[in-house]
Ligand binder design. Structure first.
Ligand code: COA
Length: 166
């Protein structure tokens, strides 16, 4: 049976930390759906179509032939419903530090109660990306700092343009 995974997130914007998890998730699943979420409880800088577009562009540019096993989709509503509708058995989440653990553990348990058939699998963030957060990337970009080691050149350009337009 084909193993389908969902890697959900806000991706506001996608960072090299997310890309690291995406590449490594492809060792675990046959096909990966990146689910760019509308309902996240956050107030994103980029709207949903733009977040999806930036993820798609990074996947195509930076993943090489492996991109063929990845599909980028946006979704609204509950993650577990999206997973079921997509035929996914696994939710992939990256864990960066102890501070992520509590939130991720809670979310995994809530999702397990809602849909016991869907398993959450955690991948630990790589040591060279585990400190990255989209929130800090945006703050650095807003204040004119160098974000080139945190995001792709495409995303860096978009963020720069966004803050220049304010
Ligand atoms: N390396 C570096 N940074 C990483 C990373 C990695 N491997 N993985 C995640 N991050 C960072 C992100 O940059 C982001 O930083 P920020 O908090 O500063 O913005 C943070 O970790 C977490 O972001 P992300 O991975 O995008 O997840 P999220 O917590 O924003 O997304 C959803 C949460 C989308 C999974 C959740 O809101 C959801 O499921 N929504 C749908 C509605 C639903 O089902 N709700 C019920 C949930 S129980």
């Amino acid at each position: 049976m084909e193993r389908i995974g969902i890697y959900p997130g806000t991706f506001d914007p996608i960072t090299v930390g997310h890309l690291d998890i995406i590449k490594r998730a492809l060792h675990v699943v046959d096909r990966l759906i990146i689910g760019v979420a509308l309902d996240t409880g956050k107030e994103p800088v980029f709207d949903l179509p733009m977040r999806g577009k930036l993820v798609q562009q990074d996947v195509e540019t930076l993943l090489g032939p492996e991109a063929a096993r990845v599909e980028v989709r946006t979704f609204s509503g509950l993650l577990v419903n999206f997973a079921e509708e997509a035929g996914a058995q696994i939710i992939i989440r990256g864990i960066r530090a102890i501070s992520d653990y509590e939130y991720e553990f809670q979310m995994a348990c809530m999702n397990a109660r809602l849909k016991p058939d869907v398993e959450t699998v955690f991948l630990t963030a790589s040591e060279d990306t585990h400190f990255i957060s989209s929130r800090f990337v945006k703050q650095i970009a807003r204040l004119g700092g160098d974000i080139s080691s945190f995001v792709s050149p495409n995303v860096a350009e978009r963020l720069k343009a966004y803050y220049a337009s304010l």
